[in-house]
Design a protein around this ligand. Sequence first.
Ligand SMILES: NC(=O)c1ccc[n+]([C@@H]2O[C@H](COP(=O)([O-])OP(=O)(O)OC[C@H]3O[C@@H](n4cnc5c(N)ncnc54)[C@H](O)[C@@H]3O)[C@@H](O)[C@H]2O)c1
Ligand SMILES: [Zn+2]
Ligand SMILES: [Zn+2]
Length: 379
Amino acid sequence: MKAIVYKGPRDVAVQKVPDARIEKATDVLVKITTTNICGSDLHMYEGRTNMEPGRIIGHENLGTVIEIGSAVDRVKRGDRVCMPFNISCGFCENCERGLTGFCLTTNPGNAGAAYGFAGMGPYSGGQAELLRVPYADFNCLVLPPDAEEKENDYVMLSDIFPTGYHATELAGVQAGDSVVIYGAGPVGLMAAYSAIIKGAGKVMVVDMHKDRLALAEKIGAIAVDDSDGFGVEQVMAMTAGIGADRGCECVGYQCCDHKGHEVPNLTMNNLVKIVRPTGGIGVVGVFIPEDPQAKDKLARQGQIAFDFGQFWSKGQHMATGQANVKAYNRKLCKLIAEGKAKPSFIISHELPLDRAAEAYENFDARKEGWTKVILKPGH
Ligand SMILES: NC(=O)c1ccc[n+]([C@@H]2O[C@H](COP(=O)([O-])OP(=O)(O)OC[C@H]3O[C@@H](n4cnc5c(N)ncnc54)[C@H](O)[C@@H]3O)[C@@H](O)[C@H]2O)c1
Ligand SMILES: [Zn+2]
Ligand SMILES: [Zn+2]
């Protein structure tokens, strides 16, 4: 089969590799029809993780089941399915509690596994023609009859729509709240979209990229252009000097100042500044336990200089981590099926798998107009 293989920093290639296949009786084999490039892939693409060369990337996957293992009960051949990026067992202590991003079975010694992801188990990714799906009865979301027509919406259920929603859950967003979101990438836009769906009173999205901010405005959020470094002041002015009720971090450890220099604690400390006393902060942007390539000495050890005194004095609370996609994907799927949500609005490019190298290069450069790339292996 053809697949996108990570070869080294800023080097991916479409190669012929052995076909993915059923390895355990609980697996299914999926023929991938849509697979997205994610901001999380970029940390690996840039060589800022311990991703091993030779591995297949891709954790935002949708396709048709073409083969089922002998112990698979619910999922049928021909089903159109969307897979959470998390690979989870369904029966461990964390999965039982709905915390499928922290499965204790699928990545022994760690909590949480994913397809084609550094540090999250040995699983191959789905930026390929075929994908092996473990514990398929648990992991496959079988899509409604309009699956093909709305494929570009449903594929967002694999990660960024639930992840954006998770950010709002972690922050505690409720109807009427004012919400500030750092990052207008796909995840930040989905957090803004989720906050709006939940009935937030005011949603402010901070970024430096005008094309991404324009998308935030399109869905009814307020764009906060931080190109001059005055984002904090703009948000304070819009929240009567008190700060927003809730804040979401949707950038992660590679966040930059307005001049483009990496400052790993910038978004976290800005959130402490602009979320009101007793407000909530949800952090879905990725921070990693060690970052040997970082310029910052603390960041190399996975640490940031966090304004804990301010955070404590303001009585804020914070929650973090990988999204438990299964906790949300079914209900968000219903919103899409009922025409209440259309997350495909963020897609800028729909390309065949063969154009992956070009797609990675442009998306990584956050080139004007490259907001979300989806790949179609069948084309
Ligand atoms: N927790 C999870 O389950 C989960 C799932 C998916 C993605 N993620 C992570 O979420 C983050 C965002 O993903 P994405 O796909 O949107 O990535 P992305 O890289 O496309 O978007 C990040 C955006 O943040 C902006 N940005 C950088 N520094 C900033 C700053 N100081 N202030 C405001 N904006 C700033 C960039 O301009 C960019 O538009 C990444 O860290 C990704 O790994 C987490
Ligand atoms: Zn992703
Ligand atoms: Zn589990």
